[in-house]
Write a protein that binds this ligand. Structure first.
Ligand SMILES: Nc1ncnc2c1ncn2[C@@H]1O[C@H](COP(=O)(O)OP(=O)(O)OP(=O)(O)O)[C@@H](O)[C@H]1O
Length: 257
């Protein structure tokens, strides 16, 4: 569904690539977490899928299409097949819940009859039945994110990209949002979620793609937030430690040198 072939992205006026020779495939129906420190390239990955930016080299394929070959006038059609959810919800403040979701259908020319039928169905999917007339400021953060997800999926995209969707939410509310994303995935949508939320990654046990300085340093089918890597103790015995901690003995040696 999403294929990166040796993709490198170097932004103007920077020397270090934001993405460095990324070669990865995310299949139809997958659920993949993108993890990695701030600045490791997660948002850049998402921007390239949406063709908000172009790869400096290599190619990005979405639903079988090389996005660099799509003429500008057809980019909106590419994006119509991709729902996007952000950390800060980005709802229209003067439209109610129904209006926010309906708007995504109006802009692609859906009829009023179809909108009237579809929006309540989608609001039910995200757990917001009966809240169609509320304005965004009358909703909790978790409810606002549910509206954002409803809006992202109402046109049945093949892909849902979520950039830190639980970043502004407390842990309990985040679990509710993950249940919604899981349901969306079970309905066949490929979900890619960039996150710093270790608890969520560890509880979901889905594919984990870890970026570090623009490179894929880990890609596990049912991974955890932090990789556990083998570490040899001074006495020769072995233990599993989080990747960051396992390099400590080498730092010590350097300090002494
Ligand atoms: N428009 C830009 N111009 C120049 N450099 C950029 C631009 N956008 C991102 N970068 C740089 O590219 C690298 C990757 O940034 P990116 O935003 O993709 O990281 P991220 O993993 O999403 O970080 P975060 O977790 O903080 O959102 C960083 O070094 C960043 O400074």
């Amino acid at each position: 569904m999403i294929r990166f072939e040796h993709v490198t992205k170097v932004y103007d006026r920077t020397s270090r690539p934001a993405l460095d020779d990324i070669d990865i495939e995310i299949d139809r129906g997958d659920f993949a977490f993108l993890v990695g420190a701030s600045g490791s390239g997660k948002s850049t990955f998402i921007r390239l899928v949406l063709r908000e930016d172009r790869a400096s080299s290599g190619s990005v394929h979405v639903a079988g299409q090389n996005v660099a070959r799509i003429p500008s006038w057809r980019v909106p059609r590419l994006r119509r097949g991709i729902g996007v959810v952000f950390q800060d919800f980005r709802l229209l403040p003067n439209k109610d819940v129904f209006g926010n979701v309906a708007f995504a259908m109006q802009v692609i020319g859906k009829s009023r009859a179809v909108i009237r039928q579809t929006v309540p169905e989608v609001l039910r999917t995200v757990g917001l039945e009966g809240k169609g007339k509320r304005l965004p400021h009358e909703l909790s953060g978790g409810e606002q994110q549910r509206v954002a997800i409803a809006r992202a999926i109402v046109n049945r995209p093949g892909i849902l990209l979520a950039d830190e969707p639980t970043g502004n939410l407390d842990p309990a509310t985040s679990v509710g949002i993950m249940n919604v994303l899981d349901r969306v995935n079970q309905n066949g949508t490929t979900v890619v979620m960039a996150t710093h939320d270790g608890d969520i990654v560890n509880s979901m046990r889905r594919r984990v793609i870890e970026l570090s300085a623009g490179r894929v340093v880990r890609d596990e089918a049912a991974g955890e937030y932090t990789a556990m890597i083998p570490h040899v103790r001074a006495d020769g015995s072995r233990e599993l430690l989080p990747a960051g901690q396992a390099i400590a003995p080498f730092d010590t040696e350097e300090d002494e040198a």
